[in-house]
Design a protein around this ligand. Structure first.
Ligand code: ARG
Length: 581
């Protein structure tokens, strides 16, 4: 069921345009530029004036005359050079809301052609703790995953673990340098392995032979020489266990925990296909594919096999596309990765198309901007180091704890309950701050206001939900039940119009791959509810019918907010506490 108000009006316009033999391309309405005059406006007559060789007002009056016959409109008027202004009747609006409330999707339509979408996000690497740069991939990726699922696509998410490059050889050679061999490797935990990696990094920068040794060991791992391969398996396992904890906390879900290493065999196939098609060449010991200029710009070649014999980052991604087509039968593959990797994906997609390894698959790279500090540069710790994701979460929790009562201060809220709430609110604060920005632009991580209960924040929306929950509980105690929606004042009308945009909002967020469309809507819906509740009491309503109508509106707003928060990856606690001032 699609109850989006714009779509319903567009269907009405479409029918009228057809009846009048007018081009239906212009049969659409948008929210009114003058909300004081009307709910919606259609500018179609202006666009048609030229081709019809008529005065726009003349065409507008033909259209308006038809629309006036429809009792769903309370008012149809022609203003200015030929704008058609439309105001819906309260009865019609109330009826739409009743239908939305009765629908488990609140009137949001579903995709007509269900697709299989593989989503690649997360992208953590062996032996490296997740840092703030990984935040957006997990947060934006998870939100888009949920939106895809909600509109009816089948989604398979894959973390695409970075487990096959030179860092693997670097770690093992550093362990050998310090221990003499790899016999102790299985006793090392993630912190020890990360420390080896840090030392290896420094050494390889200074010492060419250390670098050479690391490359050699990487090839041994990739060739599955047992001693090195087994040691590598341990590195991979401890690293996965560590990042899984982070992703659990972020509530980011991955169906598959495959990595670059899983594309090893398919990489041989890619090299062979490229060679057979005459597309690759050997240059300075490396196997590469040259791509033609784009926009008069030369582009670097795509590297399949490096001069040391190892597979390059690019070929692993191309091989992974082949697997996602062959094994997973993907119709579409979406990557949520830092936009600084745009050229990489442009080239990977282009080569995959040229090689014909995934015919008709739609590729998309959703590139996000960086999370910055107040200086506009990537967010750092106070002492200038990289901000770990865990530290960032800790920092947010400490901030949130300041606004909550202490354990035991409120009956029924001991340590565990308070900590659960702290975590729910801190995650909402982090995620909402991220998702209220356009994906493509970077944003400044705001350390003071992001966890406040007022303003455009996650906790504000959670608080709005908890407040409605409490209103609903009170109404239940007073014996009020839900009834048909009656629109009796301006605030009810505004709220109803807002609710009726739910489906359209989700659809737009989906087609534009932009969760910020949802966060904007969530925020204005919460504000609209607040204005409504300020003037429209449930407990002291003018009549029993109005009380029942308002209760239904309140419940629907709560359900929609909870649903949309879910699409942003945010939980809504039933109750929210606040520290005594
Ligand atoms: N591990 C990579 C990095 O840290 C990101 C992986 C992104 N996904 C992909 N399919 N290439 O840069």
């Amino acid at each position: 069921m699609d109850l989006s108000i714009e779509n319903i009006i567009n269907q009405k316009l479409d029918a009228v345009f057809k009846a009048l033999n007018l081009d239906t391309k212009f049969a659409f309405a948008k929210a009114s530029d003058r909300p004081d005059l009307s709910d919606f406006q259609c500018n179609g007559a202006l666009a048609l004036a030229k081709s019809e060789r008529k005065n726009p007002r003349e065409i507008a009056s033909l259209i308006a005359a038809e629309l006036e016959k429809d009792s769903d409109f309370a008012k149809v008027s022609i203003d200015g050079p030929g704008f058609i202004n439309l105001t819906l009747s309260n009865a019609f609006l109330g009826n739409i809301i009743d239908q939305a409330a009765a629908d488990e999707r609140f009137g949001c339509g579903q995709t007509s052609a269900r697709k299989k979408v593989v989503m690649d996000f997360g992208g953590p690497n062996v032996a490296k703790a997740l840092h703030v740069g990984h935040l957006r991939s997990a947060v934006v990726g998870e939100s888009i995953r949920r939106i895809e699922q909600f509109i009816g696509n089948e989604v398979i998410s894959d973390v695409h673990f970075g487990d096959w490059g030179t860092p693997m050889g670097m770690i093992l050679s550093e362990v050998i340098r310090q221990d003499g061999d790899l016999s102790k490797i299985e006793s090392y935990d993630i912190n020890q392995i990360s420390a080896f990696y840090k030392q290896a990094n420094i050494r390889c920068k200074e010492d060419e032979s250390a670098k050479e040794q690391a490359r050699l060991l990487t090839t041994k791992i990739q060739d599955k020489v047992p001693e090195y391969y087994q040691a590598w398996q341990h590195l991979r396992k401890v690293s996965i266990d560590a990042v899984k904890k982070n992703y659990d906390e972020l509530d980011a879900h991955f169906d598959l925990w495959l990595g670059e290493s899983d594309a090893h065999d398919a990489s041989f196939e890619i090299v062979k296909i490229a060679k057979d098609k005459g597309m690759s060449e050997v240059d300075d010991g490396a196997t590469i594919i040259r791509l033609e200029e784009k926009n008069n710009q030369q582009r670097p070649p795509v590297i399949l096999v490096k001069s040391d014999g190892g597979f390059a980052y690019q070929v692993t991604d191309i091989a992974t596309i082949k697997m996602r087509y062959d094994d997973l039968k993907a119709d579409e593959i979406i990557y949520v990765v830092d936009k600084r990797q745009s050229l990489h994906f442009e080239q990977v997609f282009e080569v995959s198309e040229k090689l014909g390894i995934a015919p008709n698959v739609k590729f998309m790279h959703i590139g996000f901007g960086t999370v910055n500090g107040a200086d506009g540069k990537p967010f750092k710790t106070r002492d200038g180091g990289v901000m770990n994701l865990e530290d960032l979460i800790q920092l947010s929790k400490d901030k949130v704890r300041e606004s909550l009562p202490k354990a035991g201060e409120v009956e029924g809220y001991g340590e565990a309950e308070i900590e659960k709430m702290v975590s729910q609110i801190a995650m909402a604060a982090i995620k909402f701050q991220d998702l209220k920005n356009n994906i493509g632009s970077g944003y400044i991580f705001e350390l003071e206001d992001f966890a406040k209960f007022e303003g455009k924040t996650g906790p504000y929306i959670q608080y709005a939900v908890a407040r409605i929950n409490s209103i609903i509980r009170k109404a239940a105690t007073a014996g009020i039940s839900e009834g048909s929606v009656i629109i009796s004042n301006k605030e009810e009308r505004d709220l109803a119009l807002k609710i009726a945009q739910f489906g359209n909002t989700v659809m737009r967020a989906h087609s534009e791959h932009e969760p910020s469309i949802i966060s904007d809507y969530v925020y204005t819906l919460a504000q609209c509810f607040s204005s409504f509740y300020n003037v429209s009491s449930i407990m002291n309503a003018e009549s029993a019918e109005l009380a029942s109508s308002r209760l239904k509106l309140a419940k629907l707003v709560r359900d929609i907010l909870v649903q949309l928060l879910y699409l942003l990856g945010i939980e809504a606690p039933e109750v929210m506490l606040k520290a005594a001032p």
